[in-house]
Design a protein around this ligand. Structure first.
Ligand code: AHR
Ligand code: AHR
Length: 518
């Protein structure tokens, strides 16, 4: 990060200009005019700096959070040769160069090893170590799990599923004790669960639960043990340790709404006996104030320790899921007007869904799915094969029996756990779905449980071989549908099951779509 000293200088020069633009933005918001265009001369951290609540940590795999930032955004490691590469913005202050990742990671698996701090404080996020709640180091995120577009450019977010998490226990500039801070994160509002704890923000430096008030992080999910708001969730809450708070009360607070925009802005400000939660659509409009007022009882004097967590709780509780695109921590208590300006900047990004080119896996479509490994290019993913209720690879042709053709044809349904992904219903009339159980694929009826929905949801992604398609497991996002000895599994590259073998992993997890055989 040799660029840092120069960046600091350039940033100082921008302050006066940024202050002027912030005023102009405030005017736009007040008049209800549409959001400013993307030619922003300032980014979120320029806005915070101009308001004297500067970023002390700034993390994003999608874009620069300072207009003058041209350093690395994140680092990926590929499994084929254990080497790493850094992903930079396309231009100074611009969007991530995802093409670097795509070419570096073709024909192998890549994980996100580091998310660089753009603030100059070196508060980079890396693999979370063991903590009071779970052993570590945590699993790292699949670098290809969360494609999106930002400003029309393909980018990747950080998809956290079971066992994954990032942390920095040795930070610089992060608020401690009762000192004020601000935090925001742009998240996937469709990706959440009711486990503990998908958080971003301030936490304990020893990876343990050190008691009430020893952390202060944004929490996102529909975990109701400690706190919740209206509707069925997810809610934007504050993880203050031994409690997720949706307002001043433990439990229910009627002002905290379910907030589940595909791209959701979540904000938390924490000061001396005052704090606030804001939430809204990262793609349009302004923020709702979900809470603003006094601290909950028992949390009036905070004992923040200043570590940074992403995707886990303070004690390394790492069961929760969520997706992160960008976020910052500030020192000082950002005003509502400053947060409104930052929201306007986020909206100007125009975050959108990314689907792989030619993706035929759309709701209602009927498709057959062909293997691409040289062994098996006449074989299709087939239900009730090799035996009843299993899913494997079988050779099917136009002269095969009707039963076999039905078993090798899939009706694409909105994903049972997330409609941005898919579920595969067999065309054999039974109504059964492909689900994984103990990491093997089975054809089973939907029993209506959350577990079934999770196990039967797969996200079509660009093929791991660089072409065609791969199907990521929704609840184990380091794993993809794979055939191994003609049997179907979900498999990670080089994991502990025999079918995780690295040999042929990227070929076996890559499939071609074909016209429905039935
Ligand atoms: O406050 C909720 C969770 O409780 C914290 O994230 C974790 O440290 C503890 O288990
Ligand atoms: O297939 C992996 C896991 O095995 C599934 O999520 C669960 O249903 C079973 O325990």
């Amino acid at each position: 990060m040799t660029a840092r000293p120069r960046l600091r200088q350039r940033r100082r020069g921008l302050l006066a200009l940024a202050a002027t633009v912030t005023l102009a933005l405030g005017g736009l918001l007040a008049s209800g005019a549409s959001s400013p265009s993307r030619a922003a001369t300032q980014e979120p951290c320029d806005i915070y700096a101009a308001a004297s609540t500067p970023c002390v940590a700034a993390h994003s795999t999608t874009r620069a959070l300072y207009a003058a930032y041209d350093g690395p955004l994140y680092q990926v490691k590929r499994f084929s040769d254990d080497t790493t590469t850094d992903i930079y913005p396309l231009t100074t202050g611009g969007y991530a160069n995802a093409a670097t990742q795509d070419s570096f990671c073709a024909n192998t698996y890549c994980e996100i090893t580091e998310i660089f701090d753009q603030s100059g404080n070196g508060n980079n996020l890396t693999d979370a170590p063991a903590g009071g709640a779970d052993t570590g180091p945590d699993i790292l995120a699949n670098a290809a799990a969360a494609p999106a577009t930002a400003g029309g450019h393909k980018v990747y977010g950080v998809n956290i599923s079971l066992g994954m998490g990032y942390r920095d226990d040795s930070t610089k500039g992060i608020s401690t004790g009762n000192a004020s801070e601000g935090e925001y994160a742009v998240l996937d509002g469709s990706h959440f669960d009711n486990d503990c704890c998908f958080d971003y923000g301030n936490a304990e430096t020893n990876n343990d639960d050190d008691g009430d008030g020893t952390m202060e992080a944004i929490n996102f999910g529909d975990e109701t043990t400690w706190g919740y708001g209206t509707g069925s969730g997810p809610w934007i809450m504050a993880d203050l340790e031994n409690g997720l708070f949706s307002g001043v009360n433990a439990g229910y607070n009627s002002n905290d709404p379910t907030t589940d925009y595909r791209f959701t802005t979540a904000m938390l400000t924490g000061g001396a006996n005052e704090w606030a939660l804001y939430g809204g659509n990262a793609d349009s409009g302004s923020l709702a104030t979900d809470y603003s007022g006094a601290r909950p009882s028992g949390y009036t004097t905070m004992k923040k320790q200043g570590a940074i967590i992403l995707g886990i709780g303070g004690d390394n509780s790492d069961n929760a899921a969520g997706t992160f695109y960008e976020g910052v921590m500030t020192s000082g208590y950002p005003t509502a007007a400053t947060e409104a300006s930052v929201q306007a900047n986020i909206v100007s990004v125009g975050y959108a869904n990314y689907t792989p080119a030619g993706d035929p896996f759309t709701s209602g479509a009927e498709v057959s799915i062909k293997a691409t490994t040289p062994c098996c290019t006449s074989d299709y993913i087939t239900g009730d094969y090799p035996s009843s209720d299993e899913v494997g690879l079988d050779a099917v042709t136009s002269s095969s029996s009707t039963t076999l053709k039905e078993d090798a044809t899939w009706i694409i349904k909105p994903g049972l756990a997330n409609s941005n992904c898919v579920s595969f219903e067999t065309a054999n009339g039974s109504g059964d779905y492909i689900r994984h159980y103990d990491f093997e694929l089975y054809l089973e009826p939907n029993d209506g449980t959350t577990q079934f929905a999770l196990d039967a949801t797969f996200c079509p992604r660009a093929g791991n071989s660089g072409s065609n398609f791969s199907f990521m497991s929704y609840n184990y996002s380091a794993q993809y549908i794979r055939h191994y000895n003609y049997i179907g599994y979900v498999a990670s590259d080089g994991g502990s099951n025999t079918w995780d073998a690295s040999s042929l992993w990227y070929e076996d997890t890559t499939f071609a779509s074909a016209s429905a055989l039935y």
